[in-house]
Design a protein around this ligand. Structure first.
Ligand code: FAD
Length: 587
């Protein structure tokens, strides 16, 4: 049966901060742009971002982009590409002021300028002391940002496809991307959206872990689409564990709490971060703080009857600061931990939070792959931005507030690049007769299966496996066992079965299709982690406890076919300034 088809200049998959920022650029250039989202745009995970967006505005104290660049390179444990990091840190002021002019309701200083707070890993004068760099709207910065961008898109007449699930990319015989196959969730109708440019902005994949700060929709769909299209995924072994997820619930307590003066305590009431990071203490970068917490727990200094959590104290800030700067946090603590932080500390544990890896892209948002001759090749028609992309500005560990910045900078630059490419003649290409057939076959298998394993059970097993074998601390035997288990899960996921086909709005089908993407993401993560024989940033191995620049100063590329790995060099040369040479990382 022929699949219905519609044509656009550009299709953007994802309506989070990155997708909306890019779409705005396209719609304002009078292009016909379609934005697809699984959920209503303002429910994308960007809405949950709390702490802030980083920019060296220097509103409250001296700051500059070169310090920001240094912190980001150091935070990345020297795996970040320095050209892209320079690009991002230099653009930060521009994109934040632009957002301000779009109507973003930032908090204000007495002077009327944007309020800025300290955040982990952000320092003044190349590591001397914490600096106020996070521009915030209370502890609801992402909420304010997403609503501002959505309204701006309405004004620019961006066309939204709400509750549409993109399933697969369409590539032509030359390997160019010419659109996507998508499913309207309510009706189950499948359609081809043909585009001269396709941008993936599908966000993170925290749902590959059992305990995560991420929304249920963060299932790595863009990564699954790319993997199935035969393209690689980069640096997937680097998954960030945020130090402060609510114990037992996983809900995030922003680092802004520590930025405002909160700190962590073990069961002896000791402020233990002083031992691990003497200079910046509780404001060290996230990998460092998460490991310190896990070590305290492992060595018997955790709190509670099972000794398995840490306390985050903030009552000394006083009710006024808490109500003014951290109102959402107080609400979360009362609801999810049953404590009022105005009076008592919050029980917290490190929780899966952010994917540093993703779809390999350059700082123009173009998807790039090795050309087989030591160089890189641009995949025509395909772009990626936001958490699903690996540019790589975050390297082996992202600094807090650098993701919202990444969305704005690279959402905009991808948008600009697409406009240029379309002006330069990137045209519609002919759809092959069999376009979309592989996707239809995947759907047909699901719909016709009369027995098999349940999607929910396989999903739960996948999450448990990742949590157990690929967590904050990684061990060789456990990683090897993890690879076996995850490959077995991947195999079994091909034989799932939907028990209740009549379920309303196709929810069971959608869960099954999302599982395919979780599987690709989890397999890539586990295999890349098992192969990297060093400790760097968020990847910490007991058998190789040190960073090994001699052998491992390189990006991992994982290919679905044959689970093959390839490596490519880190871009150590910035655009205009001198490179920051790798050093030991002390905070
Ligand atoms: C709780 C929390 C707090 C955070 N706080 C901060 C912070 O203070 N500062 C900071 O810098 N970073 C923070 N981060 C990280 C940051 O918020 C995210 O990395 C960022 O918002 C991701 O934005 P995005 O545009 O890439 O994707 P998202 O905002 O996750 O949006 C993804 C979009 O893709 C759509 N989508 C996905 N798959 C499909 C599909 N198959 N078909 C159609 N649509 C699809 C979704 O519907 C959604 O619209 C936080 C993250 C979390 C989880």
């Amino acid at each position: 049966m022929a699949i219905a088809k519609r044509e656009f200049d550009a299709v953007v998959v994802g309506a989070g901060g990155s997708g909306l920022r890019a779409a705005l650029q396209l719609a304002e250039a009078n292009l016909r742009v379609a934005v697809l989202s699984k959920v209503f745009p303002t429910r994308s995970h960007t809405v949950a971002a709390q702490g802030g967006v980083s920019a060296s505005l220097g509103n409250d104290e001296q700051d500059n982009w070169h310090w920001h660049m240094f912190d980001t390179v150091k935070g990345s444990d020297y795996l970040g590409d320095q050209d892209a990091i320079e690009f991002m840190c230099r653009k930060a002021g521009e994109v934040v002021y632009e957002l301000e002019h779009f109507g973003m309701p930032f908090d204000r200083l007495e002077s009327g300028k944007i309020y800025q707070r300290p955040f982990g890993g952000h320092t003044s004068n190349y590591g001397e002391r914490p600096v106020k760099r996070a521009c915030a709207a209370a502890d609801r910065t992402g909420h304010a940002m997403l609503h501002t961008l959505y309204q701006r898109n309405l004004r620019a007449r961006t066309q939204f496809f709400v509750e549409w699930l993109a399933l697969d990319l369409i590539r032509d015989a030359e390997g160019d991307v010419i659109g996507v196959v998508a499913l309207e969730m309510e009706t189950g109708e499948v359609m081809i959206l043909q585009a001269r440019a396709t941008l993936l902005a599908t966000g993170g994949a925290g749902r590959i872990f059992a305990s995560s700060t991420n929304a249920f929709i963060n299932t790595g769909d863009g990564l699954g689409m790319v993997a199935r299209a035969g393209l690689p995924l980069q640096d997937m072994e680097f998954y960030q564990f945020h130090p402060t997820g609510v114990y037992g619930a996983g809900v995030l307590i922003t680092e802004g709490v520590r930025g405002e003066g909160g700190f962590l305590l073990n069961k002896n009431g000791e402020r233990f971060m002083e031992r691990y990071a003497p200079t910046v203490k509780d404001l060290a970068s996230r990998d460092v703080v998460s490991r310190a917490m896990a070590t305290e727990i492992k060595e018997g200094r955790g709190c509670g009857k099972d000794g398995d959590y840490i306390l985050l104290k903030l009552d000394h800030l006083g009710p006024e600061i808490i109500t003014k700067r951290l109102p959402g946090i107080r609400e979360i603590a009362i609801r999810f931990a049953n404590v009022d932080p105005v009076k008592e500390p919050i029980p917290v544990v490190p929780t899966a939070h952010y994917m540093m890896g993703g779809i390999p892209a350059n700082y123009h948002g173009q998807v790039v792959v090795p050309d087989g001759r030591g160089g890189e090749r641009v995949i025509k028609g395909l772009y990626a931005a936001g958490e699903c992309a690996c540019v790589s500005v975050h390297g082996a560990n992202r600094l807090g507030c650098n993701s919202l910045l990444d969305l704005l900078v690279f959402g905009k630059s991808a948008g600009e690049r697409i406009v240029e490419d379309l002006k330069g003649g990137l045209a519609h290409k002919k759809l092959a007769k069999d376009a979309g057939e592989a996707t239809m076959a995947r759907l047909a298998r699901l719909d016709s299966a009369t027995s098999g394993e349940s999607v929910a059970e396989i999903g739960a097993e996948l999450r448990r496996t990742m949590q157990l074998h690929c967590g904050v601390f990684r061990f060789p035997d456990s990683l090897a066992e993890g690879v076996k288990k995850i490959l077995d899960i991947a195999e079994r996921a091909r034989r799932t079965f939907i028990r209740d086909k009549s379920s309303v709005f196709n929810t069971a089908r959608i869960e099954a299709l999302e599982l395919d993407n979780l599987v690709e993401t989890a397999v890539a993560t586990m295999i890349s982690a098992e192969a990297r024989k060093e400790s760097r940033g968020a990847h910490d191995r007991s058998d190789y406890p040190k960073r090994d620049d001699g052998n491992w100063m390189k990006h991992t590329l994982w290919y679905k076919e044959g689970n093959r790995l390839e490596y490519k060099p880190v871009k150590l040369k910035p655009l205009t300034v001198e490179a920051f040479e790798p050093k030991a990382r002390v905070y």
